[in-house]
Write a protein that binds this ligand. Structure first.
Ligand code: FE2
Ligand code: FE2
Length: 189
């Protein structure tokens, strides 16, 4: 069961499909940033062998996704557009405070981002008509499905003294509010 507290507005998928080039461009940046964030977490937590190994593997997988989306863009005669930032992830990362709970909260933010991304890639896979692209999104959604759990498990493993379930429930409420306040655009978030 997903950790999300809300479902995406059903109108989003129509908006995303109305400008598939833009959605794919944003999606490429999401995969790139997922890989980069995993490498950054490894660099900042080199003293935690389980985290290093799991997130190094995740970075590899997200880099594969990034390349796969770049290939889709290339098939459409497109290249990577400029990165216009991600207000959704930016707002979520501000929920991670400082001090002892910082790592746990960062891991929970990434768990929520993975859960929301997986939900939306699944919606695209369901709605797309073009069989090749439909299969592409179904495959990617499947491969994202385990990432939410990976981050929640890491948050628990490194959350000694923190009520991880309580913090996750609060952050999931805040994530739902952040999503609800964002405009519906041809982007993943
Ligand atoms: Fe990915
Ligand atoms: Fe992922």
């Amino acid at each position: 069961m997903s950790i999300l507290r809300s479902s995406t507005d059903p109108r989003w998928v129509g908006v995303a499909l109305s400008d598939l080039d833009a959605t794919l461009g944003d999606h490429a940046h999401c995969e790139k940033k997922a890989a980069a964030s995993a490498v950054k977490l490894v660099a900042d937590n080199a003293d935690k062998p389980d985290l290093v190994r799991k997130l190094a593997r995740l970075a590899q997988e997200e880099t594969h996704h990034f390349l796969a989306v770049l290939n889709e863009l290339a098939q459409r005669g497109r290249t990577l557009p400029p990165d216009t930032g991600d207000p959704y992830v930016g707002s979520l990362l501000r929920l991670a405070g400082g001090g002892r709970s910082r790592l746990t909260e960062q891991l929970l933010v990434f768990a929520l981002v993975e859960a929301r991304s997986c939900e939306r890639l699944t919606l695209l896979g369901e709605a797309l008509v073009d069989p090749r692209l439909k299969e592409f999104y179904q495959r990617l959604a499947q491969s994202e499905a385990g990432h939410e759990t990976l981050f929640v498990d890491l948050a628990r493993a490194h959350g000694a003294g923190i009520d991880v379930d309580r913090r996750l429930a609060d952050m999931a409420d805040e994530e739902a509010a952040i999503v609800a306040a964002l405009p519906l655009l041809p982007r993943i978030h």
